[in-house]
Design a binder for this molecule. Sequence first.
Ligand code: ADP
Ligand code: MG
Length: 768
Amino acid sequence: MLQLKTIKKNYVVGGNPVPALNGVSLDFKNNEFVAILGASGSGKTTMLNIIGGLDRYTSGDLLIDGKSTKEFKDADWDAYRNATIGFVFQTYNLISHLSVLDNVEMALRLSGVNAKERKERASKVLIEVGLKDHLTKRPNQLSGGQMQRVAIARALVNNPKILLADEPTGALDSVTSVQIMKLIQKISKDRLVIMVTHNSEIANQFSDRIVRLVDGVVVEDTKPAFIQPNEDSEKLINKKTSMSYLTAIKTSFKNLMTKKGRTIITSIAGSIGIVGIALVLSISTGMTNYTNDIQSDSLAGFPITINSVVQTDQFGPPPGTPFGDPIENEFPTEQTIYAFDSSASSTDHINIIDDEFINYLSLMNSNDYNSISYTRSILLNIVDQSSTGAYIKVDTSSSGGFFSSSYFNEMPDNPEFIMSQYDILFGTYPTTYQEIVLVVDSQNRLDLDFLDALGIVITETYEFEDFIGESFKVVPNDLFYQEFGGIYLPSSNYQMMYESSESITITISGILRVKENASSELLSEGIGYTTMLTSHMLEIAATSEIVLAQISSPDTNILSGQPFNAQISYQTVMRLIGGDTSPTGVQIYPKSFESKDRIKEYIDLFNVGKTEDEAIVYTDLAETISSTISSLINTITIILTAFAGISLVVSSVMIGIITYVSVVERTKEIGIMRSLGARKKDISRIFNAETLLIGLASGFFGVLVAVILNFPINIIVNNLIGVANFSNLILSNGIFLIVLSTILTLIAGLIPSRIAARRDPVVALRTE
Ligand code: ADP
Ligand code: MG
């Protein structure tokens, strides 16, 4: 039961109220076919929209089931429209991109009917209105009469108590009009039908009652109904509408699928930023991995070095020069020369590498280092018979070149590690202290100086065999030094030394070359000897005459007869002659970059609680290099991300605009859905679901494109720097980007979807 009580409706046009209805009072029974007649502009549509809850009255009241609707909330109107009202419009108002069946199902979707029942009910009603053969057609494939039948089926599918028809035959020819009117007449047998028309013939022929409107006022009512309160038993409103999120998503999915081209273009637009960020992430992952590889390959090979003397600080200007700005004091004009102490301008720290520290190092986790090698500065005195037959003392250190390096070097006491870094080109690795190796450089070369020092005739090339078996003599102290009046001098009778049975023969047993993929070049070119030889020589030296003599005269340098001074100390001499077995340096070769940090921590731990003088100061050459590289990478990544971020913002804005355009474009559709009982919430849900799906698609698409683009990028990078699989999008980044794209797109679509939800349904329906 429906009652209009002095309903007035004003439209505000240009700030002035324009009356469309001017105090309409009407009662309707639950079962009648009422025709509203009136000229164009008389307020028929306005009245129908107000009855249907699509538009709001300005004053008066609309009573539903005897209850005032003055306090109705949006949700109440929505429920009323969805469950009680069926709308039929002159222009059919079908959603053009949905099939006939889907158009009818839409009304059921909004009231939360499941898919199976939806299909059943929709097809049943469509068959009833005579469209059995047209279920899958699009509206534009139907005639006007057929389209109106679809509209009627849609209005009826929810089995509404009231059918409102606004000039349903207005656009139809007379024959079709009659068919449609017969259908509506049949429908009116068990519900209230209110039909607007300006065709009095039709009204007279089919309706039970005619209400005539002129300028918003009822001027004639052929069969007024007078309803007593509580007369009708059947209630008009009995259920609430509801559409689940899932239905919203399915609905928008369906919508997107019917407009594939547009969906694809939108997704591509949205994916541009994602592609950019995905590529930046891939490349920066690649860069990080690459530099990590390089770092652990080349930089991890750099040992942590603990030398007995470390220069810890340098300050200036050096004492003895005029004080002040050193730059200012450059290029003085006076005819004066200044003396200065170069060693005083820096602070030296003496590392005490004693048993305590060596013992501490031996307890370090052996998984962290490849090798710890100790340098002991015993001077090996080596003699050889040159190819010309002369006996010579082999000069064990190079004289030329910028760096002075030694040709005879002790190898770290870790054959496995050396084998992992070096190939034995020929011969075998030393197993006794009398065996030594020849180390050539990566191009199989040996320095001329070195060959010269060994007394080998210089030619262009040598065979490996030329060196294998080549032997030298290590001369023990007692044979090498001769005492003259308390001073020990090196003898020069090399032949005697060479031929003496006391001399230790050392023989080249193998030739080593660094491996192509070695992480460290821990051996210098020249001769490598074992720690066994060092230990053996130290052992012999310990009981040698010169060492014993030096021990018994701690104040005088036994080699010169001079007292010790700052440059040459007791310890220096003892080390030289093998009287001091303590190491002068430690090199720790870390396994990886991370283990290097752990080794440093371990040494730092040793220093805890020690004074500055007692502390161990280590040097890590690789550290400075690597920190420069990683800060460079960070800078590049930040710049690239900023660029990609801009493109992401741009593509989000693009999606926002596209969604907004879609809202504008689908204003009519929004009006139709609202007339079917969709809540504002449902409309925004559908649009949100749509942007969500587009965001998801953009994300997937963007990630996919990035993954595909990585192939050519990797080919190019491989050609440029020879690194395979450089650019790589890791899974977690991919997922992150899809989520990011979804969220950003959703945000971009929020405003347009709110605009959509707020559209006035009446205005929306008027839009073409
Ligand atoms: P009918 O359906 O009888 O042709 P309407 O109900 O559509 O008439 O319109 C009644 C009057 O209200 C007309 O003068 C029309 O111009 C005016 N009107 C209807 N809708 C609006 C609107 N949204 N804004 C301003 N005026 C309107
Ligand atoms: Mg009208």
